[in-house]
Design a binder for this molecule. Structure first.
Ligand SMILES: *[C@@H]1O[C@H](CO)[C@@H](O)[C@H](O)[C@H]1NC(C)=O
Ligand SMILES: *[C@@H]1O[C@H](CO)[C@@H](O)[C@H](O)[C@H]1NC(C)=O
Ligand SMILES: *[C@@H]1O[C@H](CO)[C@@H](O)[C@H](O)[C@H]1NC(C)=O
Ligand SMILES: *[C@@H]1O[C@H](CO)[C@@H](O)[C@H](O)[C@H]1NC(C)=O
Ligand SMILES: *[C@@H]1O[C@H](CO)[C@@H](O)[C@H](O)[C@H]1NC(C)=O
Ligand SMILES: *[C@@H]1O[C@H](CO)[C@@H](O)[C@H](O)[C@H]1NC(C)=O
Ligand SMILES: *[C@@H]1O[C@H](CO)[C@@H](O)[C@H](O)[C@H]1NC(C)=O
Ligand SMILES: *[C@@H]1O[C@H](CO)[C@@H](O)[C@H](O)[C@H]1NC(C)=O
Length: 857
């Protein structure tokens, strides 16, 4: 059977295979932000901050705020200029600015016997730098290294309610009282603290913060740290200052506060809780609170996993999470100890949103990238640790987007193009970050989980309350790998990582066995799928590649230690391979992000085993998916014959898991669209029915209580494809549903048929059924939703295989003049027809035949 179909495919020209996977596109946002921040205005290095006292009074109803800040700073080098970040729109009143010296410089300090008395420094000029977010205080004369001063500034500014940035306010309706209420909150990442108070607004300039927030008595204020005390404000009845404990040293972008009338759920501690000694609260408007009962359980479980992962306890005494109504930003605000989410993100069944923000509490807040250029690797590691946490949490309903295959397929697709990520920076940023995430995953497998974890723990212990560079992470992993002796002599983690992250390409390896002497030659080259493969200098692109290898006579997928590392060498030869009747699998479980090709005999043994052997499930599902995915994509690339790729699909008759089916659904869809000849189409449909029928029977037509998302998805996808392929039971199911509509008394009042059934009926059903659909469009009442009409018209035009139906539609809409169809309808019909091989040939014939009539019209 395989070769019969094999021939079919070799004659189909397939220009590309769009991978239909979607990534967590939200994740890329802060990368893009980070990218544009690399050129942000830097401060001179002479002065550094030690501590801040910030007092802010927001007026939620009026929409503005005012406050004052005192910054304790030290001179690292002599200068007479104090330069701070302050947004252009921030008002700073010049007459309130003061600089008071309270510590002499290093030299004077040595000479004098008594401590210095605080003395004001004379300022000769205060300069707001045009077009730059800077304020410069010019002093009468320079101070030398070691001098310490307190800088005092007053400020005021506007609060916005159309974005959720800097200090913002939003309104919501309290359903209990029916009143509109305001809340106020902050979101300073990446560099928006300067919009609220003058500061040294760079991640590396960490300092402690004493925050005070003024609020009206009926509201509650929260900040990064617990409350110390509250005091009434003189001359402002109804107002209170809340003073919060001093924070550890931290970056300005992690400072935050919220003022609201929200209420909270606190966790009821249970017997088996590990004692976190941590106060966790989840806040929301009162009528939303019921939805959030379980959130603190998720938080505490994630925190336990993360504490264990980093080997460093959660650093603050408390954690408050907010579900904010009308929150506008795409990312949660990850202030340290005070995380702000959209309401829907906290009530979602999924947990990765929450875990990801919790990861940032360590990697970002506790240890911080030195500059935004280091944020890339921070982001990639965050993604990996989030995935790790989500998998460890193991809530049954979450497959976490089939991590890592979904992401992996999209980067295979992207990096094998002739011109990778030509389109936008967003795609580039996301695929680069995804690749780095996969490098972390590869290192976890190849160094071993214990080495990997210990390396990162050492990194976190070293860098906590400090900043880091991207290389510090690789270096920490390298030290641990050397300590544990898990790398070859000449290898370093830095060199391995660099070979993967400095290129916009991925390798493919070719495994050729010599069955006479039980050796195997493994060759690497750059992976190119889209043709022509004319990338310049491709021979010079070489990687450090771990060769993890499983042999059929010992199917052990647990041991993920590489048999050998290809050290940027083109070819390696391994001995001690099994005999000629046993296959080998290289790079199982997608340990490294690269596809693998084999010699013909090894492919044949693999496909036979997967079809016939009782032990076939000993090959885990990610590896089954990989074999299938690699075979198909190598065939597209012209590196494997289609017969072999097709043989690899035959085991799907027995396959029940969505992950293994995923690559093949994409393949069916794209091939299906490009087949024109009715003869070949019929064969293709027989083939699809053949592989999908057992799955359809197994899954049954109705969903079961409590089944996984993957299973539900598999059922609906397999139904769609089977119906398209004309599978009888599936079509009958659809026709039965459609008949209810045809039998109804007033069919134009509404459509009782589920959308998934409509296309199969128009495709495979009778002329009467199709004609019934056409009449529904003609008689569509204007009072009903027009998008239902559009859907019906699209399926009426796009689904049929029968040229009679298409011609009839064209006759009525194009040739006959009646008021039932608009020009828009006609162009919609054309575009539906043009997208499918059958449609455009019929359309072409029609236009040819009626060209004269159409032209005169
Ligand atoms: C300023 O910071 C230094 C270093 O942290 C500290 O020794 C000093 O006491 C601080 N002075 C004031 C007035 O806060
Ligand atoms: C912002 O607040 C004003 C009232 O002060 C309101 O009219 C406007 O609709 C709000 N905008 C948004 C986006 O909520
Ligand atoms: C905690 O326990 C109290 C009383 O037992 C109960 O009313 C409340 O709903 C519980 N809270 C949570 C978050 O389960
Ligand atoms: C919260 O958890 C309990 C028990 O774990 C479960 O029965 C309940 O349905 C959950 N509630 C929500 C809103 O998810
Ligand atoms: C890390 O590697 C170990 C094997 O060393 C594996 O069991 C584990 O699943 C890996 N973790 C992740 C998140 O991939
Ligand atoms: C493997 O490589 C060696 C040395 O490069 C070569 O002599 C041999 O012919 C190769 N074997 C196969 C099966 O390609
Ligand atoms: C379409 O119109 C042409 C001529 O007007 C006619 O010959 C043909 O039978 C019509 N086709 C259908 C399917 O109604
Ligand atoms: C719409 O089509 C029907 C029959 O198909 C016809 O009787 C009617 O006149 C058409 N409507 C208009 C406005 O031309």
């Amino acid at each position: 059977m395989a070769s019969k179909f094999g021939r079919i495919f070799t004659i189909i020209v397939i220009s590309y295979l769009v991978s239909q996977v979607t990534c967590h596109s939200k994740r890329s946002i802060d990368l893009i932000a980070a990218h544009s921040l690399i050129s942000d205005t830097r401060l001179p290095k002479e002065i550094s901050p030690n501590s801040y006292k910030v007092k802010v009074q927001p007026f939620p109803e009026e929409g503005y705020f005012k406050g004052e800040v005192r910054i304790n700073v030290t001179w690292q080098e002599s200068t007479d200029l104090i330069t701070l970040h302050a947004h252009n729109e921030l008002e700073i009143s010049e007459k309130d600015i003061a600089v008071i010296q309270f510590m002499a410089d290093d030299e004077s300090e040595k000479l004098s016997s008594s401590p210095m008395l605080p003395s004001p420094i004379k300022l000769i000029k205060i300069e707001r730098v045009p077009k730059k977010p800077l304020i410069v205080l010019h002093m009468e004369k320079p101070l030398n290294r070691g001098s310490q001063c307190e800088i005092q500034l007053g400020f005021a500014g506007k609060m916005y309610n159309d974005t959720s940035e800097a200090l913002f306010r939003h309104q919501y309706i309290d359903t209990v009282s029916g009143e509109k209420k305001w809340y106020v909150a902050t979101h300073f990442r990446p560099n928006l603290a300067r919009r609220v108070f003058p500061c040294f607004d760079e991640p590396a300039l960490k300092a402690t913060f004493l925050v005070s927030v003024a609020r009206q008595k009926h509201m509650t204020a929260l900040s990064n740290m617990p409350l110390i005390n509250s005091e009434e404000i003189e001359n402002q009845p109804g107002w209170v200052w809340d003073h919060f404990e001093q924070t550890p040293v931290m970056s300005t972008f992690t400072v935050g506060f919220v003022v609201s009338e929200f209420v909270y759920v606190e966790r009821n501690k249970t017997e088996d809780d590990k004692d976190m000694g941590l106060d966790i609260k989840v806040w929301s408007r009162p009528d939303y609170l019921d939805m959030l009962k379980n959130v603190s359980d998720k938080i505490i479980r994630s925190l336990e996993i993360l504490q264990d992962f980093w080997g460093v306890p959660y650093p603050l005494p408390k954690l408050d999470c907010f579900a904010l109504p009308n929150y506008q930003a795409t990312k949660p605000a990850d202030n340290w100890g005070l995380i702000l989410f959209k309401e829907s993100e906290l009530t979602s069944k999924k947990t990765w949103h929450i875990s990801q923000e919790l990861v940032y509490q360590w990697l970002g807040s506790l240890a911080t990238p030195f500059w935004w250029s280091d944020a890339h690797i921070n982001n990639a590691l965050n993604r990996y640790v989030t995935a790790y946490t989500t998998l460890e949490l193991n809530y049954g309903y979450e497959t976490f987007n089939n991590w890592p295959t979904t992401m992996l397929y999209s980067i295979y697709y992207e990096f094998s193009k002739r011109y990778p990520h030509g389109k936008t920076t967003a795609i580039k940023q996301d695929s680069v970050s995804a690749k780095t995430e996969l490098v972390f995953r590869m290192l976890n497998y190849t160094l071993g989980e214990s080495t990997f974890k210990h390396g990162l723990q050492k990194f976190m212990t070293d860098r906590q309350y400090k900043t880091f560079f991207g290389d510090d992470i690789w270096a920490a992993l390298n030290d641990q790998a050397n300590f544990d002796s898990v790398l070859p002599k000449d290898a370093t983690v830095n060199a391995i990582a660099a070979s993967w992250i400095t290129k916009d390409r991925l390798p493919v390896i070719n495994v050729v066995r010599n069955y006479a002497d039980n050796t195997v030659n493994i060759t690497q080259k750059v992976y190119l799928r889209e043709r022509p493969h004319d990338v310049p200098d491709q021979d010079k692109l070489l990687w450090w590649i771990p060769i993890v290898l499983v042999k059929q006579n010992k199917l052990d997928f647990k041991n993920t230690t590489p048999a050998i590392w290809m050290q940027k060498e083109k070819t390696v030869t391994l001995t001690d391979m099994p005999g000629s009747d046993f296959f080998i699998i290289v790079n199982p479980e997608e340990i490294g992000p690269f596809p693998v090709n084999y010699d013909q005999q090894n492919w044949n043994m693999l496909s036979n085993f997967l079809i016939h052997d009782k032990d076939r499930l000993k090959i885990p599902v990610n590896t089954r998916a990989k074999l299938l995915h690699d075979a198909w994509n190598l065939a597209y690339a012209g590196d494997l014959c289609f017969d072999t790729a097709l043989d690899m699909t035959l085991f799907l008759k027995h396959e029940k898991e969505y992950i293994a089916w995923d690559p093949i659904f994409t393949m069916i869809d794209h091939i299906g669209r490009h087949i024109d000849s009715p003869e070949i189409h019929r064969k293709f449909q027989i083939y699809i029915r053949d592989i999908l029928e057992p799955l359809y029977i197994e899954l049954a037509s109705e969903s079961k209580e409590g089944e996984s998302d993957g299973k539900a998805h598999l059922r609906s996808t397999s139904k769609t494809f089977l119906c398209q392929a004309g599978y009888k039971p599936c079509i009958e199911e659809a026709q039965a549903a459609f008949k209810k509509w045809m039998d109804s008394e007033n069919p134009d009042e509404g459509n009782p048929v589920a959308n998934q059934y409509i296309c199969p009926v128009f495709q495979w059903g009778t002329k009467e059924e199709w004609e019934f659909g056409l009449q529904r469009i003609i008689n569509f009442p204007p009072s009903r939703k027009q998008n239902e009409r559009t859907y019906l018209l699209k399926t009426l035009a796009g689904c049929p295989l029968d040229s009679w139906k298409i011609e009839r539609l064209l006759n009525i809409t194009v040739l006959e003049t009646n008021g039932n169809f608009s020009d828009n309808d006609v162009s919609l019909i054309f575009s539906m027809l043009a997208g499918r091989a059958r449609g455009y040939t019929t359309l072409f014939n029609f236009l040819e035949k009626n060209w004269f009539t159409i032209k005169t019209k």
